[in-house]
Ligand binder design. Structure first.
Ligand SMILES: [Zn+2]
Ligand SMILES: [Zn+2]
Length: 331
């Protein structure tokens, strides 16, 4: 069972670190755990939460309750650009003059999103090219893009947390610029490693053949495993020990999914579109029960797994047709 937001409390997790649950209104994930790290020059936040008045109230109220007023926040380092993490970073900056930092690959994406003239047209075209049925070409209202960061981080950089060593570890996959942050024997894992669920790994547009987010994610899991049995402070669910063991289990989960997908493609007579393949895969609910938005995300996951199988040489895409189709390769 996923813990409910109403059962969450601001918690002193030791070593000058507090966790503040910040609600994500209307989202089954429930809440983001924002971490406040003490420093002699004002607290630094790891993530900020969703941009919503209730979330702002929870964040500022939580900070107040531990004697850290929002207008004293020194900086916000976001693990990645998603709205449940970066959404409130801009408002914190307006309140305290804090810096906002993220990995340069996510910063590039945020700049691109700010520059989009026609987001909905882009999404519709992307769905069509993946072979989505007309009923599935539904474009939801998009959330406000996150604030542009003032500081860009690279792998291994130390975050500006006076008196302490908080180091960025680049863990691309869930987003191209996702980072985990190491503080002594603890690791802030963002969405990269969560105790009960696996993060969404998708490829957008679905038919891209110049990136391999799932391959990157699996490599990033190996990276975390190499760090040893650190305690994990994730952005959702709950704090847990031995992040390396959990990273290994998540890698296994995806390797099994890749094997099942390769078998499924070998059983087909004809090449299939991404949408046709996604509809045949196993999801936590039957395909027919998924909303267009959830189908879009499932297709993104399917596309990411297809791309990794393609990179590994197990399957290929049929050239020159629209929508793109995939088939098993003879081995
Ligand atoms: Zn995320
Ligand atoms: Zn998240």
């Amino acid at each position: 069972m996923r813990p409910a937001y109403r059962d969450q409390h601001v918690t002193d997790v030791g070593g000058g670190v507090w966790s503040i649950p910040v609600p994500i209104p209307g989202n089954p994930l429930g809440y983001t755990l924002v971490y406040a790290l003490e420093s002699p020059k004002g607290p630094v936040l790891v993530d900020a939460g969703w941009n919503h008045p209730d979330a702002w109230e929870a964040l500022t109220g939580g900070l107040d309750s531990i004697g850290m007023a929002a207008n004293t926040v020194r900086g916000v380092v976001v693990t990645h650009f998603h709205p449940d993490h970066a959404g409130l970073a801009g408002q914190v900056r307006e309140t305290s003059g804090a810096w906002v930092a993220m990995h340069e690959a996510d910063a590039r994406l945020v700049r691109m999103i700010h520059g989009f003239a026609d987001t909905q047209g882009f999404q519709r075209d992307m769905l069509r090219r993946a072979g989505a049925a007309n009923d599935d070409i539904v474009v939801e209202n998009t959330v406000k893009p996150p604030a542009l960061p003032d500081r860009e981080l690279h792998d291994g950089d130390l975050v500006d947390l006076p008196g302490r060593k908080l180091r960025a570890i680049w863990t691309p996959g869930h987003t191209p610029g996702h980072i985990c942050l190491r503080l002594d024997d603890r690791l802030f894992t963002g969405d990269h490693v969560l105790p009960g669920i696996t993060p969404h790994i998708g490829i957008y547009p679905y038919d891209r053949d110049d990136v391999d987010p799932l391959g990157d994610f699996l490599d990033s899991l190996d990276r975390i495993q190499e760090l040893g049995p650190l305690d994990a402070l994730p952005a959702h669910e709950w704090i847990f020990p031995d992040v390396g063991a959990r990273a290994a289990a998540i890698r296994q989960h995806h390797e099994h999914k890749l094997v099942r997908l390769a078998v499924l493609l070998r059983e087909q007579q004809d090449p299939l579109t991404i949408w046709e393949i996604a509809a045949m895969m196993t999801w936590n609910r039957p395909w027919d029960d998924l909303s267009p938005m959830l189908r879009g995300m499932a297709a993104g996951e399917a596309a990411a797994h297809l791309r990794t199988l393609e990179v590994r040489g197990a399957i290929g895409r049929v050239a020159g047709i629209d929508p793109v189709r995939f088939q098993a390769l003879d081995s």
